[in-house]
Design a protein around this ligand. Structure first.
Ligand code: PEP
Length: 251
C-alpha cells in the first residue's frame, strides 16, 4: 500500500523569517496527516532549510529543491549532499521543469544527482513532464518515457523503489491550467507500467505524484485516481490555509 504524499514546492519564495512562521504554524498538521496515512512536506529555499528542519517534527518532510552530485569542490554557488545531511535534510527535488528550462538540466544530469542521493540514503523526487507543444503533438508518453529512462538509468530495483516520481506537465505548472484527472491518470498509469517493465514488481511501491496547478478545489479529483499517489504543489502550498485545505482534500 503506497502512502499518499503532499509536498509543497516553495520555489524562490519566502524569506527565512517567513519560512519560520509557516513552519511553526504548520507543525500541528502532521498529526492530522498521520492519522490519515498521508506524508506531508515542504521544500523551502536552501537558506530556509535549516530553520524549517529545526522547527518541524522529524516526520514532517523538509526537502531541498535541488542538489549538486559532487560532495565538495570548485562548484561555485552549488550545495552538496553532505551539506544537506549536516542540517538534517534527506530529501531533494530533482529535475524540476524550471531547473531544466533555466539551468539547462538534462535527464542525464538528473541521473547523476539521483544516484548520489540514493548512495547517501536520501530520497530524490524526480520531476518529469512535457511541454505544451509535445502535448499537442500527442507525444507525451514517448517524451516522458525518455526522461524516465535517462533519469533512472542504471538503478537497481531496490534503488528505484526509493525514488518518488512527480509527473508535472509543463503547460500546467503555475498556469492555473491543470491537466484533467483523466490525463494525469493516463500518463501516471503509463509511467507505472514503464517502471514495471524496467524494475519489476517494485513499481507497485514507487510513489508517483501529479503536479501542475493543484489547488484545494481539485486535489481530491487527483487523489481518486488509482495510480496518483499524491501531489507536488507550488502556488497553493504557499499559504498555510491553502496548504491545510490541500491536506484536507487528500484525506
Ligand atoms: C511546481 O512547482 O512543481 C508546481 C506544480 O507548481 P504549481 O502548483 O504552482 O503549478
Amino acid at each position: 500500500m503506497r502512502r499518499k504524499l503532499l509536498l509543497g514546492n516553495w520555489k524562490m519564495n519566502k524569506t527565512v523569517t517567513e519560512a519560520k512562521e509557516f513552519a511553526s504554524a504548520a507543525a500541528p498538521l502532521l498529526e492530522l496527516a498521520k492519522a490519515h496515512h498521508v506524508d506531508i512536506g515542504i521544500a523551502p529555499s536552501f537558506v530556509a532549510l535549516e530553520a524549517a528542519r529545526k522547527i518541524l517534527p522529524p516526520d514532517f518532510i523538509v526537502s531541498a529543491q535541488n542538489v549538486n552530485e559532487h560532495d565538495h569542490g570548485a562548484y561555485t554557488g552549488e550545495v552538496s549532499i553532505p551539506m544537506l545531511k549536516d542540517i538534517g535534510i534527506d530529501w531533494a527535488i530533482i529535475g524540476h521543469s524550471e531547473r531544466r528550462e533555466y539551468n539547462a538540466e538534462t535527464s542525464l544530469a538528473c541521473n547523476a544527482k539521483i544516484k548520489a542521493l540514493l548512495s547517501a540514503g536520501m530520497t530524490p523526487v524526480y520531476c518529469l513532464g512535457e511541454s505544451l507543444a509535445t502535448f499537442e503533438k500527442g507525444e507525451t508518453k514517448s517524451f516522458v518515457a525518455h526522461q524516465l529512462e535517462e533519469g533512472l538509468r542504471d538503478l537497481t530495483p531496490d534503488e528505484a523503489k526509493k525514488v518518488v516520481i512527480a509527473y508535472e506537465p509543463i503547460w500546467a505548472i503555475g498556469t492555473g491550467k491543470s491537466a484533467t484527472k483523466d490525463i494525469a491518470e493516463d500518463v501516471i498509469g503509463f509511467i507505472r507500467r514503464s517502471l514495471r517493465e524496467r524494475f519489476g514488481a517494485v513499481a507497485e511501491d514507487i510513489r508517483i505524484l501529479y503536479g501542475g496547478s493543484v489547488k484545494p478545489n481539485n486535489v481530491r479529483e487527483y487523489m481518486e485516481c488509482p495510480n496518483v499517489d499524491g501531489a507536488l504543489v507550488g502556488g497553493a502550498s504557499l499559504t498555510l490555509d491553502s496548504y491545510e485545505e490541500l491536506l484536507r482534500g487528500m484525506i
